[in-house]
Design a protein around this ligand. Structure first.
Ligand SMILES: [Zn+2]
Ligand SMILES: [Zn+2]
Length: 260
């Protein structure tokens, strides 16, 4: 089945004219899994050839506004397009400690009652056990070091293809083991090398630290996302390349990386 990583946004918590908040879609056939839900996701999915009504699951890596604020709009759109007809349950994963916040966000707009198709589930604190599986595609979660409860996500696709997404985190060596030999290692790089103190204080990573984790993981290719609004792509890539010998890229919003 046709599969691809779709990079819906590449900006940090403060978006820019060019980069909206970071979110990904793991496209599998016409559906797939949405990873994080900032604004405009319904439109961005359509533009990327992912049918939002065919989504198999939604994963919220953590409950910071830039990762969840668009959930209300996405769920409202899915409810509208169904026009009151029953639809298949849509699993919605979030760290267990954030379940109440996610439900409260939806309840503000009465969507907890209207969107009865949502199937709230907790991301397991067990990287070895897939939390979602379909047709040989498996997702695993790994707790990261960000501040609030937050999880990295790994997508193992048939044929041994692997995509790992760090979400927001300080550099974490355990993430290299979790994402070992990833074909695509997607790591946040909110800051530049030299800004380690700022990055650490905010629970984030520098581009150099992202490169070090990708190197430790033996990744084939590194994609930098969640760029700070002050990011200079050339400098960020050079910082990462000092640590990681493989290809380093900063995707544009909407970039598609076919698997296989
Ligand atoms: Zn963020
Ligand atoms: Zn965050």
């Amino acid at each position: 089945m046709d599969a691809a990583l779709v990079v819906l946004g590449t900006g940090g918590a403060l978006p820019t004219a060019r980069r909206d908040n970071t979110a990904l879609a793991f496209r599998i056939g016409t559906g797939g899994v949405l990873i994080d839900c900032p604004g405009g996701v319904y439109t961005k999915l359509l533009r990327a050839g992912v049918d939002p009504t065919a989504l198999d699951a939604v994963v919220l890596t953590h409950a910071h506004p830039d990762h969840v604020y668009g959930l209300v709009s996405l769920v409202h759109s899915l409810w509208m397009v169904a026009r009151g007809a029953p639809r298949a349950p849509l699993p919605l994963y979030a760290p267990a400690a954030e379940a109440g916040r996610v439900r409260a966000l939806l309840a503000l707009f009465d969507l907890d009652r209207r969107a009865a198709f949502l199937d709230h589930r907790a991301l397991p604190d067990d990287p070895g056990r897939p939390f979602w599986e379909r047709g040989g595609h498996r997702l695993h979660a790994h707790t990261v070091d960000h501040g609030p409860p937050a999880c990295a996500v790994r997508w193992d696709a048939p044929g041994g293809l692997r995509v790992t997404y760090s979400t927001d985190t300080r550099p974490l060596d355990a993430l290299a083991a979790f994402g070992a030999s990833s074909d695509l290692f997607v790591h946040e790089a909110t800051y530049a090398s030299g800004e380690e103190d700022l990055a650490g204080a905010g629970g984030h990573s520098t581009a150099g630290q992202a490169g070090r984790i990708a190197a430790l993981a033996g990744a084939r290719r590194l994609l930098l996302v969640h760029l700070g609004d002050h990011a200079n792509p050339g400098r960020w890539i050079a910082d990462a390349q000092r640590e990681f010998a493989g290809p380093v890229e900063i995707p544009e919003d909407g970039a598609v990386y076919p698997l296989g």
